[in-house]
Design a protein around this ligand. Structure first.
Ligand code: EPZ
Length: 417
């Protein structure tokens, strides 16, 4: 298991380009089987979850290639919808394949995706949405059997604006005759990217980015080459790395429109964040101010995927900050290690109460989930002395060679195999 060796205290500077968004690419890979023409995705980060999704597609009979940031999926050889148990347990986003498999084959079997480090991650909203479209669902022996022979367009209401459930229902309905409407749909930028992708393939989807999405079924979709949106969470994490080290960086390719709540909070903490034709720049203040309050919410609220990183920033901010995690049940896994580094954080229910301290001391810490691991790296970059971050495999799920990104910006970090 790899670990990072980080000597803190370096102010980050310089510029770096942000790679394509993991949470856009994963549903786009699923949607690529909606046609039996070849589909090409460019600017794809080489991440474990993306490799695992491609492996699942290959187990289903598709042919995938990945080189130099470009993925090609050919699904004319797609044989069956029986998804491989072990791989599906590795990545929860395998559940996104239900919709496209039902569109293509009118049947799918998926193992019940377990929970993960940050929460139970149920899929009841996915299944309820598919049932509204006439899918017959049976659960037995830890597997979910979906029979889509009588599928039809319909009006789906999501009890919660679930990103995955919205994407699954969109992909399940693009080839259904008639109009399917999704009410209380998720509004994340990645949903808009999926709409653009499907429409470029010849689909007819409107309303993504709002709470009501309208999908008019079409006969057939054709192959395309597509460039996904940049990763707003990787961008937010890099801005946070500059903020916590008193640095000054430029992110090329970041889309500020996707990052409004994160930029607002960084500005509240005293950072100068500017958008110009070169990209998104952040200059940190001498000392960060406390953020007051952060409540994670579905988009356009503050993103849960940036909560852990902001907690790290607040440990060194002047004053007291409150960060409440409203989306997942267990997303403070990094707090224990931050306190061991000298932070003053108390958890009360879903809220972290963070009293800013003057400095953190380097320590031997362990990543316990993807964004919690990134948060520990941020703390180590600002801490006095050396830190070791264990279980970097969690971080590799969402950041392509994070150590190289940080080295480009002047950090003193080394990956130890
Ligand atoms: C997507 O997960 C992202 N993953 C997550 O990013 C992100 O945190 C999340 O959206 C919220 O923005 C990908 O896109 C691959 P949800 P998803 O369905 O679709 C509950 C990261 O760090 N829920 O919007 O699984 C669920 O338990 C990852 O990159 C149900 O109750 O998120 C959670 O509390 C982590 N029933 C809430 O909704 C369901 O059927 C949000 O989940 C589905 C979800």
């Amino acid at each position: 298991m790899d670990r990072f060796f980080i000597r803190g205290g370096k102010k980050l500077s310089g510029s770096i380009r942000v790679h394509g968004a993991k949470n856009a690419v994963l549903p786009l890979l699923a949607a690529s089987i909606l046609t039996d023409d070849p589909v090409v995705l460019t600017d794809v980060p080489d991440l474990k979850d993306i490799r695992a999704m491609m492996e699942i597609l290959e187990k289903l009979g598709c042919r995938c290639t990945f080189g130099d940031g470009t993925v090609q999926v050919r699904s004319h050889t797609l044989q069956n919808g029986d998804m491989p148990e072990k791989l599906c347990k590795q990545i929860r986003s395998s559940v996104f394949l239900l919709g496209p498999l039902l569109s293509r084959l009118r049947n799918a079997q998926v193992p019940y995706p377990g929970g993960c480090e940050i929460g139970l991650r149920p899929i009841d909203l996915h299944l309820k949405g598919l049932k509204t479209l006439g899918v017959e669902i049976e659960e037995s022996g830890g597997k979910i059997f979906c029979d889509g022979r009588n599928m039809h367009a319909g009006d789906v209401y999501l009890d919660y604006p679930s990103v995955g459930a919205t994407e699954n229902v969109m992909m399940a309905s693009v080839l259904l005759q008639g109009v399917t409407t999704i009410h209380n749909a998720a509004r994340e930028p990645e949903i808009l990217d999926l709409q653009r992708f499907i429409n470029k393939m010849g689909g007819s989807v409107k309303g993504a980015g709002t709470q009501v999405i309208r999908i008019e079924g079409v006969e057939k979709l054709h192959g395309i080459t597509y460039h996904p949106i940049p990763d707003r969470i990787v961008a937010g994490t890099l801005l946070s790395a500059a903020a916590i080290t008193g640095g000054d960086i430029l992110l090329k390719g970041a889309r500020s429109g996707d990052m409004v709540p994160v930029i607002a909070k960084l500005r509240e903490m005293g950072c100068d964040v500017r958008r110009d034709d070169k990209g998104l720049a952040l200059r940190a203040p001498q000392k960060l101010h406390a953020v007051g309050e952060i409540q994670t919410q579905p988009h356009p609220g503050f993103p849960t995927d940036m909560q852990s990183q902001m907690v790290s920033l607040c440990t060194l901010a002047e004053g007291c900050s409150l960060v409440t995690e409203n989306v997942f049940e267990n997303r403070f896994t990094h707090v224990g290690d931050l306190n061991a580094m000298g932070a003053k954080i108390r958890i009360s229910g879903r809220t972290a109460i963070i009293r800013g301290v003057g400095s953190l001391a380097g320590g031997h810490v362990t990543a316990r989930d993807l964004r919690g691991g990134a948060a520990l790296v941020l703390a180590a970059l600002a801490a006095k002395g050396v830190s070791v971050v264990d279980r970097v495999e969690y971080i590799d799920r969402g950041y392509e060679k994070m150590e190289e990104m940080l080295l480009t910006l002047g950090a003193d970090v080394m990956r130890i195999q």
